[in-house]
Design a protein around this ligand. Sequence first.
Ligand SMILES: *Cc1c(COP(=O)(O)O)cnc(C)c1O
Length: 362
Amino acid sequence: MPEWKKLMRDSLRRGADVAELSPEEQAEVDEVRKLYPFFSNAYYTGLIEKKDDPIWKQVIPSAQELEDPDLYSNDALEEDGEDSPVKHLTHRYPDRVLFTVTYTCAIYCRFCTRKRKVGLNPVPPWHEMEAVFDYLREHTEVRDVLLSGGDPLLLSDAQLDWILTELRSIPHIEILRIGTKLPCVLPQRITPELVEMLKKHHPLYINTHFNHPRELTPEAEKACALLADAGIPLGCQTVLMKGINDDVEVMKELMLGLLRMRVKPYYLYQADLVTGTSHFRTDVQVGLDIMEGLQGHITGFAVPTYIIDAPGGGGKMAVGPNRLVELNEEEAVMRNYEGKTFRYPARAGSGVPEGTLIQDYV
Ligand SMILES: *Cc1c(COP(=O)(O)O)cnc(C)c1O
């Protein structure tokens, strides 16, 4: 049996499996997992150094999950609403779709946006997958299919090969993307055989998900190297979370570490308004301050785009430190990473503004 299957088989799933917890705390975990599943493997749990550290918080159930007021939603992004034309598919943006190919994960993140539906259902039955392929064949405007879940790389190589082959047979689909957390939480799944199969389906992109520099282990690095060597461009989607990575120095270390593993930071997400996750949320200002601390200070390639995904299906919106202080008929006034402001002519025909470019120092 391959190592990753052994890790899955021997995973922690009950309060009693977490030795560091008192019997009362173990009972709490068992209460939480009635509503939100608990599952973690020895590799990822092995990254925990002490109780309540940034790795622990991401994976060990907490009684706080049951204390959320009714302010939040079970489907904060309305993925199952009117943007879902067929089961398992969300078609929100004109040219691309989100296709949920499984509802199983290697670990169940306590902060998950799809907390309401992961872990409870298996892989969609094949006839429902066929309905998705039919929809995509008819919708010639779709040029980008994003496989998500659950974790698509938990499907067998053969199942995933079938899905990718079906999608590849649709002429208007140009690129395929896979969203997977496995390089972070079960890097042993990235086997040479899996990668050989994936590379038949180029252009294929993978977005992975790391939230803390301690997740950047030699095993994770090896998994990313296998994928990158197969010509698969790698991105990372990070979630901003209280007590985990809401700090400029931690975020810098994470982003620079990802680049060294040939992973391009793609998005930094403001945590969604999902029931059972409010203890992870930070003020929007925290995200803006972190972006201010990254942009201009480190390699541009290491800087993700900060995204707020609007509740009610509004979609992703990029927000960031405002560099444009003012734009009027004559000039644009801009603020650089050091806080200095500069003037730039607003009109294409004009030259350098009178006097110095540097207006003042803040
Ligand atoms: C995030 C998302 C996508 C992909 O968005 P990009 O900004 O292109 O990465 C597509 N569909 C849905 C429903 C999404 O939430």
